[in-house]
Design a protein around this ligand. Structure first.
Ligand code: C2E
Ligand code: MG
Ligand code: MG
Ligand code: MG
Length: 281
C-alpha cells in the first residue's frame, strides 16, 4: 500500500479551493428553496435627515437564515448575481418591502431597496417594477432604488436609458457605495440620479483623506443637483462633521442597526421626548 503523503502547499490550496467550491454550490442550490422555506427576511435600517434628525427613509436589507446560521448578503448576493438567481430574489425583496412600507410606514417615509445591475439589465425589469408598484399600491416617489456604483460601468450605453425609464415611473435613483467604483464624473452628469450614498469607508476615514473626498462629492452633488447620504455613521463626532460638510442624510449604527419589521415599528413609535441620540446642535 502506498504511503499517504502529507499535503504540500499546492495540495492544501486545492483542498481550500475544493471546500469553497462545495460551499458555494450548496449555497446556490439552497438559495432556490430559500423563499419557499421562509429562510429569507428583510431588516430595515433608518436614514435620518441631518437637520431635523427625523427618520425620513428606511433601507431594506436582505437576511438569510440557513439551518440556524446567518449567511451575510456580501456572501450570497454575489453568488446569486453570478447564477442569475438574483432576479427572483430581487423581485421578492421589492414586493415584500413595498407592501410592508405601504401598509405600515407613514407616508412621509421613503423606502430604499438595493437593486442589482443584473436585475436592471433584465429587459423585463421596468415592467416587473410597474407590476410591483401596482400590486403594493406604494406611491412610486416613495421608492428609492439603490444601485452600486462599481456596476455602473457594465453597460454604459443602456444605463442612461434605463434610469430615464425609472424616472418616468416616478421612482428615485440612488448611487450606492459612491466613490468606490469607476463611474466618471462626466458620466454622472448625464445620469438621471437623485441621490448619491457616500461609501462608509470614507465616513470611517474622515481624519485622513475621507473628508477631502466627501467635500468633493458635496461639490459635485451641488452642481448636478443630487442629494447626499452618508452611510456607516457610527458616532456623534462623525455625524457632526458630516453635518458641517452639508451632507443631507445620515445612516449608520449610531442612529440604528438594521431592525426586523417589528423592531423598526417600535423604533419609529418611540416617544419623541425620549431621544435615542444626543442632538447634533
Ligand atoms: P449596502 O447597500 O451598502 O448596505 C449597507 C451595509 O452597511 C449593510 O450591510 C448595513 O448593515 C451596513 N451598515 C449600516 N450601518 C453601518 C455602520 O454604522 N457601520 C458598519 N460597519 N456597517 C453598517 P449588509 O446588510 O450586510 O449588506 C451588505 C450589502 O449587501 C449591501 O450594502 C448591499 O450591497 C447588499 N444587499 C443587501 N440586501 C440586498 C438586496 O436586497 N438586494 C441586493 N441586490 N443587494 C443587497
Ligand atoms: Mg444600499
Ligand atoms: Mg451596495
Ligand atoms: Mg453602501
Amino acid at each position: 500500500e502506498q504511503k499517504r503523503q502529507a499535503p504540500g502547499r499546492l495540495g492544501l490550496f486545492n483542498d481550500v479551493l475544493a471546500e469553497q467550491i462545495r460551499r458555494e454550490h450548496k449555497l446556490r442550490s439552497r438559495l432556490d428553496e430559500a423563499i419557499t422555506r421562509q429562510e429569507l427576511l428583510l431588516s430595515y435600517q433608518p436614514l435620518v435627515a441631518t437637520r431635523s434628525e427625523q427618520v425620513v427613509a428606511v433601507e431594506a436589507l436582505l437576511r438569510w437564515q440557513l439551518d440556524g446560521e446567518e449567511i451575510t448578503p456580501d456572501v450570497f448576493i454575489p453568488l446569486a448575481e453570478q447564477s442569475g438567481q438574483i432576479r427572483r430574489l430581487g423581485l421578492w425583496v421589492l414586493g415584500r418591502a413595498c407592501t410592508f412600507a405601504q401598509r405600515h410606514l407613514a407616508a412621509e417615509i421613503a423606502l430604499c431597496v438595493n437593486v442589482s445591475v443584473v436585475q436592471l439589465e433584465d429587459a423585463a425589469f421596468v415592467e416587473l417594477l410597474t407590476q410591483v408598484l401596482a400590486d403594493s399600491a406604494l406611491a412610486p416617489h416613495r421608492l428609492h432604488l439603490e444601485i452600486t456604483e462599481s456596476l455602473l460601468a457594465s453597460d454604459p450605453e443602456r444605463l442612461p436609458l434605463i434610469l430615464r425609464q425609472l424616472h418616468q415611473l416616478g421612482v428615485k435613483v440612488c448611487i450606492d457605495d459612491f466613490g468606490t467604483g469607476y463611474s466618471s464624473l462626466s458620466m454622472m452628469q448625464h445620469l438621471a440620479v437623485d441621490l448619491v450614498k457616500i461609501d462608509r469607508s470614507f465616513v470611517g476615514n474622515m481624519d485622513n483623506s475621507g473628508q477631502v473626498i466627501i467635500k468633493a462629492v458635496m461639490q459635485m452633488a451641488d452642481s448636478f443637483g443630487y442629494q447626499v447620504v452618508a452611510e456607516g455613521v457610527e458616532s456623534h463626532a462623525q455625524a457632526r462633521v458630516l453635518k458641517a460638510l452639508g451632507v443631507h442624510y445620515l445612516q449608520g449604527f449610531y442612529y440604528a442597526q438594521p431592525l426586523g419589521e417589528h423592531g423598526l415599528l417600535e423604533f419609529l413609535a418611540r416617544p419623541q421626548d425620549e431621544p435615542v441620540i444626543t442632538p447634533l446642535g
